[in-house]
Design a protein around this ligand. Structure first.
Ligand code: GLC
Length: 748
């Protein structure tokens, strides 16, 4: 059965359910529909899409779409025209244009991110069928398994198999930038984070004790490399018991955190959902008492092995469990922990007693068969790796309905992040929270930021991440990042330099590596590598005024911090392939170098002239070759934009800056609303912020610079504003004192 609803102006939701069945509502979409539509009206509103098609004549004017019931659920088939790209699909490997591949939405702990991988940690099934003439956005809201064959079996067909009793399909009939805004209106705006989130973060699995954490911090300060946060991985816990401390290795967390705080460094702690199932451990005992854990179908407790050994898993589908869990974050907050890193929340499971038994049996068979057993041995390995525990346990929703985990798996991480966010907010209502998740679902941006999980220190992964973060951004997840330098495997100095250069433009900028791998802190290689890594980090800190403003814009639901070129210039097909470069805000385009021994790279510059931010020369748009020895990060400024920077500091001291440098490439007119505040509270909500509109106009008489009177009551530092405005007639410079009243000058 199909029903149609209109949301906002031009978003249509098609709700599909099997006769007599009710699908589970995910809570991803917060907005209510404006009206229910009858099928004919709905069909009429579909611009460029025609439901019930696929037979008869195909027309370039629309894409036929057909939905049929199958044994396991439904299949949605959409015709694709030759000139159409399918952009996005969230956390999926491959080019931004997903045509020609198969992708599964089934949140999976997958440390192997090679191109053949079909599943990763998140379900973000938002994609854009795009051609220069027409773009349609889609969001499949479904918490269970689905499989996207994007023109793999049949070149001109997108086939989505959806397992279960129903689904919601949202369709956005507008320009992609508008679609992104509508995604925020439906699923919520991204978090507005404290300023230190935008600094450089250092992590490793694990800085194993207090001394090594403090030593790392001192190294940063001694070497004058900026750093805002150090992350504590699982070894800070006592036997991996979540919300505890290992007192041998971290005897006094509060004083360690105080000492770090004096150095301007915050501490982020990892939190895993697996609760060690052992008597005497209060989180486990309380969970049992409150009936908070997932169960087997017959009602027995479900237990499986993760880091702590046998563990129970909170049933985050349940509001009561979420609020119970959320309160534990206070224990870490009280010790001074500033941010949380919710990991393993697909949830990742290593073994259950049943799966171990099965493996043992297979291995016994292996012994019986003697030597010709390679095939069987391979099966053991792959069985271990791809074991799906989705059918082994159940979750219960607020109305008491029990769901097989497989049917609601894709919102487990989303709901853990939600529990964390709500818990932290209620424990510390004054401070903006910093909350990371590994597993996610659309709407996650209102609870947490997302990092891309366990990549590898390989050049191929560097490119893969450049594409992944863009694909994720298309789903409305603004604050993303990846493990800079690569998680698994050994990083080299050159790779670290190039990865850090890319990371400097990511919303979340964290160097993280796995246990047993070569160290990859900035100084872990040679002096030249350290110098170049530091240079990239310093560049990041100098960009903070600009980044903080675009972060605030994203938190206001305007756009994501980074964006694919194809989102900004959908009418230009060349941008669909230029997915190894991306926009940071609306002024900068970065084209990271991701090949070993590279001295430069190809760059596509859409829409006319750009300012090369390295050479400060204006260059023609189109396809160009840019020289980029190891020292250089190709990045460019768009015409008629302003970029506000400052001097780099050792850490982000607040959401406001001293002397500012404004670089403009202005042929006609450019403006920028510089946003500042205290950097960590909600005081901005009651007016304690500053917005300064900077306007630069190229007039017949010269360059007019206006600083409009400040909005908001926040008091900015006394400082100078130095303008460097480039255009066809050369460089125009001016230096003026900043004041809340603003000013206007003309530069010849
Ligand atoms: C997972 C995380 C990784 C972390 C490790 C140990 O693999 O993705 O970042 O270091 O667990 O906690």
């Amino acid at each position: 059965m199909k029903r149609f609803f209109r949301y906002l102006d031009s978003v249509i939701k098609m709700e599909v359910e099997r006769e007599g069945k009710t699908k589970f509502k995910t809570d991803s979409v917060l907005a209510a529909p404006v009206e229910e539509l009858d099928t004919d009206v709905a069909n009429h509103l579909f611009q460029g899409l025609r439901l019930h098609g696929l037979e008869g004549s195909s027309s370039q004017d629309f894409n036929e779409m057909e939905i049929v019931e199958t044994t396991d659920g439904f299949s949605i088939t959409i015709e694709l025209h030759d000139d159409q790209a399918v952009l996005g699909l969230g956390q999926t490997i491959g080019p931004l244009n997903k045509r020609g591949g198969v992708y599964e939405m089934y949140n999976t702990d997958e440390p192997d991110h090679s191109p053949s991988k079909r599943r990763l940690y998140s379900t973000l099934p938002i994609f854009y069928i795009s051609s220069p003439e027409r773009q349609i956005g889609f969001f499949l809201d479904h918490p269970g398994y689905s499989r996207f064959d994007v023109g793999f079996e049949i070149r001109d067909r997108l086939k989505i198999d959806v397992e279960g009793d129903g689904f919601d399909l949202f369709m956005f009939f507008e320009k992609p930038e508008e679609t992104l805004r509508d995604i925020f209106k439906l699923t919520g705006n991204p978090l507005f984070l404290p300023i230190w989130s935008l600094g450089y973060h250092q992590s490793r699995w694990s800085y194993e004790d207090e001394k090594s954490v403090l030593d790392i911090a001192k190294e940063f300060r001694d070497r004058k490399i900026p750093c805002d946060a150090i992350h504590l991985d699982i070894d800070y816990m006592d036997e991996y018991k979540v919300f505890t401390w290992n007192r041998d290795r971290f005897p006094d967390p509060s004083s360690m955190i105080d000492e770090l705080s004096r150095m301007g460094i915050k501490v982020v702690a990892i939190v895993d959902p697996g609760v060690k199932a052992v008597d005497g451990y209060d989180v486990y005992e309380d969970g049992i008492k409150n009936d908070s854990f997932c169960k087997r179908e017959d009602g027995r407790p479900f237990k499986a092995a993760v880091w702590p050994g046998e563990s129970s898993f909170p049933d985050f589908l349940n509001t009561a469990t979420r609020s119970w869990w959320g309160k534990y974050y206070d224990r870490l907050l009280k010790k001074g922990i500033a941010g949380f890193w919710n990991d393993m929340n697909e949830p990742a499971i290593f073994y259950t007693s049943e799966s171990l038994k099965e493996l043992r049996q297979m291995s016994a068979e292996l012994e019986d068969r003697g030597i010709e057993t390679e095939f069987l041995f391979g099966r053991i390995i792959s069985k271990k790796k791809y074991f799906d525990y989705g059918n082994d346990f159940t979750q219960r929703d607020d109305s008491g309905i029990v769901h097989l985990h497989r049917k609601v798996r894709n919102i487990y991480g989303f709901n853990m992040a939600r529990a964390a966010y709500e818990g932290i907010r209620s424990c510390e209502p004054e401070r903006r929270p910093f909350n990371i998740t590994r597993s996610s679902y659309p709407g996650i941006q209102r609870y947490a930021i997302l990092w891309t999980g366990d990549n590898d220190s390989q050049w191929e992964h560097l490119l893969s991440e450049i594409r992944l973060v863009q694909s994720i951004s298309l789903a409305g997840v603004s604050f993303t990042g990846c493990d800079v330098g690569g998680f698994g495997g050994d990083c080299s100095g050159e790779l670290l330099v190039r990865w850090t250069q890319f990371g400097a433009f990511l919303p979340f900028f964290r160097n993280h590596s796995a246990i047993g791998t070569r160290k990859q802190e900035p100084w872990a290689f040679d002096e030249e590598v350290e110098r170049l890594v530091k240079k990239a980090i310093d560049l990041r800190y100098s960009l903070l005024p600009y980044l903080y403003t675009i972060h605030k814009q994203s938190a206001d639901g305007e756009t994501t911090m980074i964006r694919p070129l194809a989102l900004v210039w959908p009418q230009d097909r060349e941008t669909y392939y230029a997915d190894d470069q991306f926009m940071v805000g609306s002024a900068i385009m970065v084209a990271p170098v991701y090949q070993r021994n590279s001295e430069g790279r190809h760059v596509y510059l859409p829409g006319g002239e750009w300012l090369d931010l390295n050479s400060k020369s204006i260059i023609e748009g189109g396809h160009i070759w840019v020289s980029a020895p190891l020292e250089t990060i190709p990045h460019f400024q768009r015409r008629d934009t302003l970029l506000v920077t400052t001097a780099s500091t050792q850490y982000a001291e607040g959401g406001s800056w001293g002397d500012l440098h404004i670089t403009g490439f202005v042929e006609e007119r450019a403006e920028f609303d510089l946003y500042e505040d205290d950097g960590f509270t909600y005081a901005y909500e009651t007016g304690e912020y500053s917005i300064k509109k900077l306007v630069v106009t190229n007039t017949h008489d010269g360059i007019r610079i206006e600083v409009r009177p400040q909005k908001g009551t926040f008091i900015c530092k006394e400082r100078m504003l130095s303008f460097k405005i480039y255009n066809g007639s050369g460089l125009h410079e001016a230096k003026i004192p900043d004041s809340p009243a603003g000013c206007e000058i003309l530069v010849e």
